[in-house]
Design a protein around this ligand. Structure first.
Ligand code: ADP
Ligand code: MG
Length: 492
């Protein structure tokens, strides 16, 4: 399978002076002594980046600084109370760990407020592609720009109604999406699509935007993941510019929020979304939402939001039936300039029965393999290329199976996962592997740590907790984990 889902926290190229950036804990420890406060803080920041995903890191640590260092206590200053409380609630342990990594000893960490820091807020540095942008390949050159620049995706030229295979599983959702796109704000408002991962929700949402823009290129469409809405909201609370936030979200013709189920457990963001929703709705603006479950099944979603989400049209995309799977396989292959023989399409359609992204992945892999080998696509070639699809599992899933799935997804070697390497490119796949091993094989933390290079149980526990936390905020990682689990649990 192509490495289509990114890590959530690639290490950005550092904006800080490079001399103070330790590459690993040991180096940091060595360099901790003899540094001034500024250099120490750079080293602590570098250690923090190892454990905190990029977006929250820049949200919460951009303006923080190390104010004082006593023999038993480090004092970190931040710009306001809100940030201080957030760090205390969410990142206190990470900061202590980072301080320990750099100084080689345990210190208490105090967090104080210095409003001066708010004044000189540095520019937020541009980030590498975030989750949704990575899920959607960039548009081909020459494609007209469409969405508002503040959206967090660019429209994928391939995600159109024309390229959407319609079957009994999605006929209604498709027809309704076409209806919405022809008269935004008038037909179904809000328009709410739900269905499992990889069944074509984002594709439909983007098709709808293409059509609206085809009819009216000046339409202001804001397309966001729920995660981005949440992050912007938290940032505006932090910086005290809620008014600007509200303008941004309310001065649009169409608001599309992908994966709205990520609002679960986010009480204040739900509250704000409620007001955004009302403002747009009352102004006759179209609201389009996607989710992995119907409104009433989104855990902790406030009743008033559940009821508003049901005001318009709620529609489900179901897993595709056999005939639709066949049609999708053939279409995807043809779009890529190949032709899938019937027997291969039939076999794949029989075996890959839940997720369209997986169907697409197998077609990509097969086409690449056939080109590489200089052989036409046959059932025999498919058998060699798509071993995991054809393997009959006997017995329970082992740690080896998990490691195989993770290494092939991330294109890393098992020996790297078992090594001491701590770069993000290795540490993140290793954490995913530990998490899945724990969840699926139920082996002990100690066994799992042993398998991954003799690490102790607390390292595994940290990995499990970290992935668990990221899962609650990052829809891409949810997709990744769901995909890996589907592949692992498939048995014939
Ligand atoms: P979701 O948002 O529900 O997780 P996506 O919209 O990202 O799913 O779909 C996953 C992949 O499957 C995309 O590449 C999409 O183009 C493709 N896909 C899904 N449904 C269809 C369909 N009915 N016809 C063609 N391609 C589809
Ligand atoms: Mg999606």
């Amino acid at each position: 399978m192509p490495n289509s889902l990114p890590q959530p926290n690639p290490l950005p190229s550092s904006p800080e002076p490079s001399g103070a950036q330790p590459q690993d804990g040991a180096a940091a420890k060595r360099s901790g002594e003899g540094m001034d406060l500024k250099q120490l803080w750079e080293a602590i920041r570098a250690a923090l980046k190892e454990s905190i995903p990029q977006t929250p890191f820049y949200t919460w640590f951009q303006q923080a600084t190390l104010r004082a260092l006593e023999p038993n206590e480090a004092t970190v200053a931040v710009q306001n109370d809100f940030t201080r409380n957030w760090l205390l609630d969410n990142y206190h342990a990470d900061i202590r760990r980072a301080v320990r990594t750099v100084l080689g000893r345990d210190l208490a960490v105090a967090i104080v407020v210095d409003p001066e820091l708010a004044v000189k807020r540095p520019e937020r540095k541009p980030e590498p592609a975030q989750a949704p942008a990575a899920e959607v390949p960039p548009p081909a050159p020459g494609v007209r720009p469409g969405l508002l620049a503040t959206s967090d995706v660019t429209l994928n030229p391939g995600y159109t109604f024309d390229n959407y295979v319609v079957g009994p599983c999605n006929r209604f959702a498709h027809a309704a999406a076409v209806g919405v796109s022809e008269a935004p704000g008038r037909n179904y408002n809000p328009f709410f699509i739900h269905g499992n991962v990889g069944l074509g929700k984002t594709h439909l949402l983007q098709s709808l935007c293409h059509t609206i823009l085809d009819q009216n290129p000046k339409s202001n469409i804001l397309f966001l993941s729920c995660e981005t809405f949440t992050n912007h909201f938290i940032e505006s609370l932090r910086d005290g510019d809620l008014t600007e936030f509200r303008h941004k979200y309310r001065d649009v013709d169409v608001l599309v929020v992908d994966d709205i189920h990520m609002l679960k457990n986010k009480e204040r963001t739900q509250e704000e979304f409620f007001h955004t929703f009302n403002a747009l709705y009352n102004a006759g603006k179209q609201i389009v939402l996607s989710s992995d479950s119907p409104p009433m099944d989104i855990p902790t979603l406030q009743e008033r939001l559940v009821s508003r989400f049901k005001w318009g049209l709620v529609t489900e995309i179901e897993p595709p039936c056999y005939e639709t799977r066949m049609a999708i396989l053939k279409r995807k292959c043809r779009e890529r300039g190949g032709e899938l023989p019937d027997d291969v399409a039939q076999t794949l359609a029989e075996r890959l029965d839940s997720n369209i992204r997986e169907l697409e992945g197998s077609v990509n892999k097969l086409l690449g393999f056939s080109k590489l080998m200089g052989e036409p696509i046959t059932l025999e070639l498919a058998r060699r290329c798509l071993q995991d699809v054809f393997t009959v599992r006997t017995g329970p899933i082992s740690m080896d199976d998990v490691a195989n799935a993770v290494t092939s997804h991330f294109d890393v070697r098992l020996s790297d996962l078992q090594s001491k390497k701590r770069t993000n490119a290795i540490a993140w796949p290793r954490q995913i592997a530990m998490f899945l091993s724990r969840r699926i094989t139920k082996r002990s933390l100690k066994d799992i740590g042993g398998f991954y290079g003799g690490r102790d149980h607390s390292t595994v526990l940290h990995a499990v907790k970290k992935v668990d936390t990221v899962l609650t905020t990052d829809a891409t990682v949810q997709d990744l984990v769901a995909d890996l689990e589907t592949r692992l649990k498939r048995s014939f």
